[in-house]
Design a binder for this molecule. Structure first.
Ligand SMILES: Cc1cc2nc3c(=O)[nH]c(=O)nc-3n(C[C@H](O)[C@H](O)[C@H](O)COP(=O)(O)O)c2cc1C
Length: 177
């Protein structure tokens, strides 16, 4: 079970990246989570570039195509999705390889709801189903948190384990269908 994790923040000490790195460690047996780290290097999307794809876009699409599901952790900027992350999603919209992958959404903000709502709308338009049981609000209040400190927090660890277990269960039941 291959999962591609996408972070909506480029900040060096990003809390969204920290939860994805924690998820990588916490992945249950049979699940491998890799984080795509090239999002900041994707050029502004234009359909014209489909005929002359930059290498980073080829890698991004290939990894999304190879994944059984995506995990997205994305902050809210000015009441919406950070521009560079919407740009990344546009690169997948333009791609035939992105075939309605299931998505788990992790929201680490204690307050933000607008970016998640906007993400849900975009994903619905991309026919990418959100796996509700695997999507969690996991508020991170300590701005200094790291993957290690998140894994050491019993409440956060339990929530993360619950989300990953539900994603695994959902993918297994899809395979059986
Ligand atoms: C330019 C900018 C705009 C922001 N706008 C919002 C906002 O509209 N709502 C909100 O709840 N938080 C907002 N925030 C706070 C971020 O969501 C918060 O800092 C979050 O931790 C960033 O994610 P990261 O730690 O992964 O970088 C904003 C932060 C920045 C830098």
């Amino acid at each position: 079970m291959q999962i591609l994790a996408l972070c909506g923040s480029l900040r060096a000490r990003s809390l969204n990246m920290a939860i994805l790195e924690a998820a990588k460690y916490a992945a249950p047996a049979g699940m491998e989570i890799s984080i795509f780290r090239g999002i900041g290097g994707l050029p502004p999307f234009s359909p014209d570039l489909d005929y002359n794809l930059p290498e980073v876009a080829v890698a991004f699409r290939r990894q999304a195509a190879a994944a059984d599901a995506l995990i997205i952790a994305c902050p809210e900027y000015a009441g919406g999705i950070p521009g560079m992350f919407k740009n990344a999603l546009d690169w997948l919209v333009g791609s035939e390889e992105f075939d309605s992958r299931p998505v788990a959404l992790l929201n680490v903000s204690p307050h933000a709801v607008e970016a998640e709502a906007a993400l849900r709308l975009v994903l619905r338009t991309m026919s990418a189903p959100v796996v509700e049981a695997a999507s969690r609000r996991i508020p991170i209040r300590n701005r200094e948190s790291t993957a290690e400190s998140l894994l050491a927090d019993p409440e956060i660890r339990a929530s993360l384990d619950g989300a990953l277990g539900a994603l695994r269960h959902s993918l297994l039941s899809r395979t059986e269908q």
